[in-house]
Design a protein around this ligand. Structure first.
Ligand code: SF4
Length: 352
């Protein structure tokens, strides 16, 4: 390897994927950490004295985020109180193991840890949901429930903001997905470094400009303990395609990642793109853009044996509920009936 390009006198041991610089280990650490510090300072991400929950999954992104946040907090006197917040989706062979890594992070970094489970919050584990709905829409349920669970955890811990480990590759992938789906209204939200959860607790992404490959390198050279097994219910097919496309483009030109993020930031909202107004769910009182939030609709579907309820457009959801009501009103079991098939009620209490 050539000498470190900072002229520190050491030999380089790596080539930075983001800039192409050849660096020694120490100069890479410094460049990596200083860039995150610069992002935090430039965007005024944290207020001194705040309590920040770090969404911790045990994976590389959240492990590096927790490590770097602790390091920068001490090095630059951010004066932040850092806590870890984890969600247990109830996925055997995946989340149970990765939570052990989070517990290790808790001990290594000396941060308090709060774990909330889908079972406690919703009455279902992801294992049970997949047994009910199959493996087609599982990530829709999981994503909606996790988002709400993290916000509920942040509220419970009374933190000032919630930091997530989304990196530059994740954001570029989401920009691509929103463009491919024609969903321009979501562009500004997915590229924003700080978003409003609607509940007064902002979500922030300190790793917004950090490349995934560099996160892996940093974790490797720092010898950080993280969990790298993929979820047993992955992949989310559509995101998987966007990811492969991005990786192919990155091979040709690594600046593609930053260019896509930049394009997402610069794209003006299309005039007809509707940005939903936030209100409160009439059932659980959680922040929602509809009368009933997506999590409550998905839960209703699970509890009534209509797992496809809430998958797709809201007009379709209303139609399904009306059909269900019509089918069950004769036998008197009302909403409790779960034995409808096709267009005829087969409820035992109404054998005719
Ligand atoms: Fe949940 Fe899907 Fe991610 Fe697994 S891959 S943790 S089911 S969102």
């Amino acid at each position: 390897m050539p000498p470190c390009s900072t002229k520190c006198g050491k030999n380089a041991i790596l080539k930075r994927p983001k800039t192409g610089d050849t660096l020694c280990k120490e100069c890479f650490f410094e460049a990596f950490e200083n860039e995150i510090h610069f992002t935090i300072q430039r965007t005024k991400l944290f207020r001194p004295g705040s309590t920040v929950a770090i969404a911790a999954s045990g994976g590389k992104d959240s492990t590096v985020l927790a490590y770097v946040m602790k390091l920068l907090n001490e090095k630059f006197n951010y004066d932040l109180n850092l806590v870890l917040l984890s969600i247990d989706e109830g996925i055997t062979g995946y989340r149970d193991d990765s939570l052990n890594t989070v517990k290790q992070n808790r001990d290594d970094y000396g941060m308090p840890l709060k774990i909330l489970s889908y079972k406690d919050l919703y009455g279902w584990t992801m294992d049970e949901i997949v047994a009910e709905i199959g493996r087609k829409n599982n990530c829709t349920f999981c994503g909606v429930f996790r988002r709400q669970a993290l916000d509920r955890g942040a509220n419970l811990l009374k933190v000032d903001c919630l930091a997530t480990g989304h990196n530059a590759d994740d954001i570029a992938e989401t920009v691509l997905m929103n463009i491919l789906r024609g969903d321009l209204a979501r562009l500004s939200r997915c590229t924003a470094i700080m978003t409003d959860s609607g509940d007064g607790i902002p979500r922030v992404k300190p790793l917004k400009y950090t490349f995934e490959k560099e996160i892996v390198m940093y974790a490797y050279f720092r010898k950080l303990v993280y969990f790298s097994t993929e979820c047993v219910f992955a992949p989310n097919a559509y995101r998987g395609h966007a990811r492969m496309l991005l990786k192919d483009l990155e091979k040709i030109d690594p600046s593609t990642i930053m260019n896509i993020i930049q394009s997402g930031e610069d794209l003006k909202l299309h005039e007809s793109a509707k940005v939903p107004t936030l209100t409160r769910c009439t059932r659980c009182n959680y922040v929602s853009s509809q009368d009933v939030c997506k999590a409550c609709i998905l839960l209703e579907g699970l509890n009534k044996g209509l797992p496809r309820l809430g998958i797709g457009k809201s007009s379709k959801v209303k139609r399904m509920l009306e059909e269900k009501k019509k089918l069950t009103e004769n036998c008197g079991s009302g909403d409790m009936c779960s034995r409808n098939e096709g267009n005829s009620c087969i409820c035992l209490s109404n054998p005719a």
